[in-house]
Design a protein around this ligand. Structure first.
Ligand code: NAP
Length: 441
C-alpha cells in the first residue's frame, strides 16, 4: 500500500489494500490529485445518453408531503427537477437490499432547510448498521435513502434560511442524530434536503469529493476529543488510527488540540499512513499488543468496531479466545447479522488510561473509565475546523479504492463493510450534470 500526500490538501492512499495479515511495506510519495479526470475515465456509465430524470411517477421513494411547507416562498434555482436518481431500500438486510431508483421524488424543503444538489457523498459504518436493522427502534420509516455525508451546491432555500443562498457550495452530515430519527432521505441521491444548521460552506481549497469525506467522521473526532476533555499538552492513543474517524482524530489531536503525544494502532499496511498523519508512535496490532506496552495516556480514543456476519464468527473465536461468551450475543438477525458489534478494544483499552484520564468508546462494549457517545451533526464544528482545512494542517483522507461512482454504491458498501477501508470511502460523482458541465468548460 502506498500513501500519497498530494499538493492539494488531500491524503490519498493507493492501490487496493491487501488483507491485514500482509507484511508488504507501504511507502510515501508526493502526487497531485485529479479526481475529475480519474473518475470520468473509470465511469463510462455517466454519459449524455443515459436517461437522467425519469418522468414516470414516483415508485419507490417519495418525500413525505407532511414535511413540506415552503414551496411557495422558498428561493429556488430554476433547474430543480421533480424526480431524481437515488439509492434506496425498503427492507432491512445486507447490501443486496439496496436498489437504484431513477424516479425518486426530489424532497421539498422545510423552512429551515436548503435543497442540496449532491456532487459527492461518503459512506459511514453506521449506514450499514442502520441498513441491517440494528437501530430499527429509533430509525425513520422505510423506505430509506441512506447516506449521512454530503458535499454539493445549494439549489433552493427555505424561507427561514438566513446564512445560505442558492449557489453556495456546502458540506455536512445531513442527520443531526445518527441513530435517533436519522434522515429518511439521505445523501445517496441527486438531491437532499438539509437543515441549514447542519451545513457549512465548503473550504475553497478542497473539492467536493474531499469535502464529502469529512463531516460525520471529523465531527465525531472533534466531539469525542472535546467530551474527553482533551487539551494542549495531553497524550492520547487512538485505537484504529487508519479508519475514517481515527485518521482525522490523529490530525485534530495534533494540529487543533496541541497533543504532546499521539499514538495510534493499525495493521502493518497502514503504519506509514499513521505516521504521515502525525502519529508519534504507530503501533502495528499484528505484531504488538498496545495494552502490554509501558506507556499510559491521558485519553484513549477507541474507534475499533464492527458489526459482524455470522461467517466471521469462527475467525473471532479463534483470534480472541477471551472474548465475552457468545451466548450474550445470540440475537441473530434473519439476514445473518448479529445484533451487536462483536468486537472493539473492550477491556484492553482501559489498561492504558492514566489514572484520572478518560476513554472515549465509539462502539461496542464500554468498561470503566470509558464512555460512549453518539455524534451530533452540527455545521458549527465544520466552520470551526474550516481554517485548519484551508491551511492544510488537517487533510481529508480518502481510501484509494474509491472514489466509487454513483452506480457503484453497492460495491462501495461491500468494500466499507470489510472493515479494511483506510480513510473514507467516497461516492463521486453523484450528479451527472455537474460532470458534464465541468467537461464542457
Ligand atoms: N459513536 C459515534 O458517534 C460514531 C461515529 C462514527 C463512527 N462510529 C463507529 O466507530 C467505528 C469506526 O468508524 P470508522 O468510520 O473509523 O470505521 P472504518 O473507517 O470502517 O474503519 C476501518 C479501519 O479499521 C481498522 N481496524 C480494524 N480492526 C482494527 C483493530 N483491531 N485495531 C486497529 N484498527 C483496526 C482498519 O485498519 P487495518 O485494516 O489496518 O486493520 C481500517 O483502516 C465504527 O464502528 C463506527 O460505526 C461511531
Amino acid at each position: 500500500m502506498e500513501a500519497l500526500l498530494s499538493s492539494s490538501p488531500t491524503l490519498r492512499l493507493r492501490p487496493p489494500l491487501p488483507p491485514p495479515s500482509s507484511t508488504s511495506k507501504p511507502s510515501l510519495s508526493i502526487s497531485t490529485f485529479t479526481p475529475l479526470s480519474t473518475t470520468t475515465k473509470t465511469n463510462p456509465s455517466f454519459s449524455r445518453k443515459s436517461s437522467h430524470f425519469n418522468p414516470r411517477p414516483c415508485l419507490r421513494v417519495c418525500a413525505s408531503s407532511s414535511s413540506r411547507s415552503t414551496t411557495e416562498t422558498a428561493v429556488e434555482s430554476s433547474t430543480v427537477p421533480s424526480q431524481m436518481k437515488a439509492w434506496t431500500y425498503d427492507e432491512y438486510g445486507g447490501v443486496d437490499v439496496l436498489k437504484f431508483a431513477s424516479d425518486a421524488t426530489v424532497p421539498d424543503v422545510n423552512d429551515d432547510q436548503v435543497l442540496v444538489k449532491v456532487i459527492a457523498a461518503a459512506l459511514n459504518p453506521v449506514d450499514g448498521k442502520r441498513r441491517i436493522g440494528k437501530f430499527q427502534a429509533t430509525d425513520s420509516p422505510l423506505p430509506t435513502v441512506p447516506g449521512y455525508d454530503v458535499a454539493g451546491i445549494v439549489v433552493k432555500v427555505g424561507n427561514q434560511v438566513k446564512g445560505l443562498k442558492v449557489g453556495d457550495e456546502v458540506y455536512g452530515d445531513v442527520s443531526e442524530k445518527a441513530l435517533d430519527g436519522p434522515k429518511q432521505f439521505g445523501s445517496l441521491a441527486e438531491y437532499t434536503a438539509v437543515e441549514e444548521k447542519l451545513l457549512a460552506l465548503k473550504p475553497k481549497n478542497i473539492d467536493f469529493l474531499q469535502a464529502a469525506s469529512l463531516p460525520l467522521a471529523i465531527e465525531t473526532a472533534y466531539e469525542g476529543l472535546e467530551r474527553a476533555g482533551f487539551s494542549k499538552g495531553k497524550s492520547i492513543i487512538i485505537l484504529n488510527g487508519s479508519g475514517g474517524v481515527g485518521s482525522l482524530t490523529i490530525q485534530l489531536a495534533k494540529q487543533v488540540f496541541g497533543a504532546s503525544k499521539v499514538a495510534a494502532t493499525s495493521s502493518t499496511r497502514n503504519i506509514e499512513l499513521l505516521k504521515s498523519l502525525g502519529a508519534d508512535l504507530a503501533i502495528d496490532y499484528t505484531k504488538e499488543n498496545f495494552e502490554e506496552l509501558p506507556d499510559k495516556y491521558d485519553v484513549v480514543f477507541d474507534a475499533i468496531g464492527k458489526t459482524m456476519s455470522l461467517m466471521e464468527l469462527d475467525e473471532v473465536r479463534a483470534s480472541w479466545p477471551e472474548h465475552p461468551p457468545l451466548t450474550k450475543m445470540n440475537k441473530v438477525k434473519k439476514n445473518g447479522f448479529l445484533d451487536v458489534p462483536i468486537y472493539g478494544a473492550g477491556e484492553k483499552a482501559g489498561k492504558v488510561v492514566k489514572e484520572g484520564g478518560s476513554m472515549v468508546v465509539l462502539t461496542g462494549a464500554v468498561t470503566p473509565p470509558g464512555f460512549r457517545f453518539v455524534v451530533t451533526s452540527t455545521g458549527s464544528t465544520l466552520e470551526k475546523l474550516n481554517p485548519y482545512l484551508e491551511s492544510g494542517k488537517v487533510k481529508p483522507v480518502i481510501d484509494p479504492n474509491g472514489p466509487f461512482p454513483f452506480d457503484k454504491v453497492k460495491e462501495a458498501f461491500s468494500y466499507l463493510e470489510t472493515n479494511r477501508a483506510a480513510g473514507k470511502v467516497v461516492v463521486y460523482p453523484v450528479s451527472e450534470d455537474y460532470i458534464l458541465e465541468k467537461l464542457a468548460q
